[in-house]
Design a protein around this ligand. Sequence first.
Ligand code: GH3
Ligand code: MG
Length: 422
Amino acid sequence: MLERLRGDFVREFSHELRTLEPVLEATRKGEFAHEKAVAAAGEFFHRLAGVAETFGLSTLGRLAMVCDRIADLAGGADAVERGRIFEIMCIGAGATKESFQELDGRSAERATLAFPPPKHRVITTPLFESGRAASIAIVDDDATSGQIITACLESAGYTTTLLRDPRQASEVLARTLPDLILLDVVMPELDGFALCELLRKNPALALVPILFVTAKNDTAQKVRGLTVGGNDYIEKPFNPDELVARVAAHLERLRTIRELAIRDSLTGVFNHKYIEGLVDQEVKRASRYEAALSFAIVDIDHFKSINDTHGHQTGDAVLSRVVRVIGGQLRTSDAVGRWGGDEFVILLTETPLAAAEGVIRRVCQSIRAVSFPAQAGEELRVTASIGVSAARADDTAQTLIDRADKALYRAKGAGRDRVERE
Ligand code: GH3
Ligand code: MG
């Protein structure tokens, strides 16, 4: 992949060498090059500095970096300085031309690459319960640089999308919601900083790591990137191992944050908001595929008296233990969530009512069978009342939940410590 890109790189930049001609021509005549010509040459050097080293052309890459920097200085310089600036740019332009002529002569594909394949292959952590690979969006108007980044990340197992037009990027990113975004800084019409500020206004993208790809040693850009909402930066020319490692570290952090956001802090099961969304999703799926789906609400009996008699801390320990007992009776495809207080819900996918009732009866028995340690070596036992319902074709999440709730109410009324279905 990178070998092919190297060929593209040589062809593209050889073709664009003419961008440097006006500066060379003016300097040859002892004149100052036009401001626009200097800016165009600066842009050429900027792009070259970003990718040359990656293709094994380190000297050329560094020279391009110097030329990129001094082109920026030309505007505010006095006549003597401008003379020197153009002299250096001429050296850079001349060396660039020579390098590309030489590269054109050889087979570009044969030349060695600057870096070996990554030694420390990063195993992409499956984000989310579905186990899919993390998706990364790269916004870079420069085809070569964008494709190098894409190739490195794809070879590490990530799914990537390369967006070349920064003006369309915010709309596409808001729609596709990638797990991580890499932004080039220097882009026409809308630069990476402005795009980052725009993206951060979208709450759905608030937590997504945004990494800037900026020129090496450009402290001002790095600082700016972090102040407009960026999380990190990758230096151009970049080392592929470092790129992948940084991306992996940010994704791991995001995974932890997302995990924390959907869990109940006391018991570790899904929180109300998340399990509610899951019920909604599964009810829709069951109705579309005519699949079986059951739902149960578990409520601990007289839990208030446990708190009153043994203290809140013991109450907390009971809640955590009850959750583990419930989990012990379920399959990995079932989901448990804390509905609130001493109420828990269970979502049993691909399970019709009769089978669900069997499982839930075992849950009820195992809660009854556990003895919880209390103060002074005392032993504490609890029971639970449970309502079960199964999804019907015309169910919504709310109607399924309402039936389980009604069944629970009946179980409480009939003396507690039992399972009722509705
Ligand atoms: P019932 O058999 O009718 O369900 O009676 P109950 O006492 O279990 O029901 P009630 O809804 O009156 O009491 C629930 C109690 O759960 C009240 C509340 O203080 C307690 N609770 C809610 N959240 C927590 C928690 O996080 N930790 C502890 N220790 N107690 C909690
Ligand atoms: Mg209760």
